[in-house]
Write a protein that binds this ligand. Structure first.
Ligand SMILES: [Ca+2]
Ligand SMILES: [Ca+2]
Ligand SMILES: [Ca+2]
Length: 189
């Protein structure tokens, strides 16, 4: 546990906590991840317990198991950030694998036209239903930042890079910092 956690990383982990506290009770639990999977399945017109829903839920719960192993169950926001940061250092391979697996499932469910890319429209539904983002400005600026080759679409590699950077990078210019909306001015470059 590091008392001197990087400010940007801390902001991102707290941002994840806020966006994933899906039932808004100030506590992050497996039920929040299950609710996120359910909302996403519904938003993309998949029935409850459909293959897509079950796959997404399984991937969320796999990530959750690592939070739990880090002692993050029901923790305060600050403790959550500290524990997750410690787990990311100590169990990095397992975390990276579960983040990649979740990312694949998110792309699969969001890519409704099946072109293997996530369009801005698909991304908006994903971020609104699964992460509670509402701000038009946040959604638009995040999408532009994540589209690092400026192709107008998010390819798999761009989303995987974004998710990984979101959880691990302390580089203030990393595009992935913008995954869940713009970081505060003082934490950008
Ligand atoms: Ca909650
Ligand atoms: Ca698509
Ligand atoms: Ca792109």
């Amino acid at each position: 546990m590091s008392p001197a956690m990087d400010d940007l990383l801390r902001w991102k982990l707290l941002r994840w906590f806020d966006c994933l506290d899906t039932n808004r009770d100030g506590c992050l639990e497996s039920a929040d991840y299950e609710l996120a999977a359910r909302r996403l399945a519904r938003a993309f017109h998949h029935r409850p317990e459909s293959r897509e829903h079950r796959r997404l839920r399984a991937r969320y719960l796999r990530l959750w198991a690592l939070h739990e192993a880090a002692g993050a169950t029901g923790a305060s926001k600050d403790a959550f950030a500290q524990q997750l940061a410690a787990a990311l250092t100590g169990r990095r391979r397992a975390f990276t694998a579960s983040l990649n697996a979740l990312c694949c499932a998110l792309v699969e469910i969001a890519d409704t036209d099946g072109d293997d890319r996530v369009s801005e429209r698909e991304y908006r539904v994903l971020l609104t239903a699964g992460f509670g983002l509402r701000s038009e400005h946040d959604l638009q600026s995040a999408y532009r930042m994540l589209d690092r080759d400026q192709s107008g679409e998010l390819e798999h590699n761009e989303l995987h890079a974004a998710v990984l950077e979101f959880f691990t990078s302390t580089d203030r210019s990393a595009p992935g910092n913008w995954l869940l909306g713009p970081p505060p001015e003082g934490l950008r470059r």
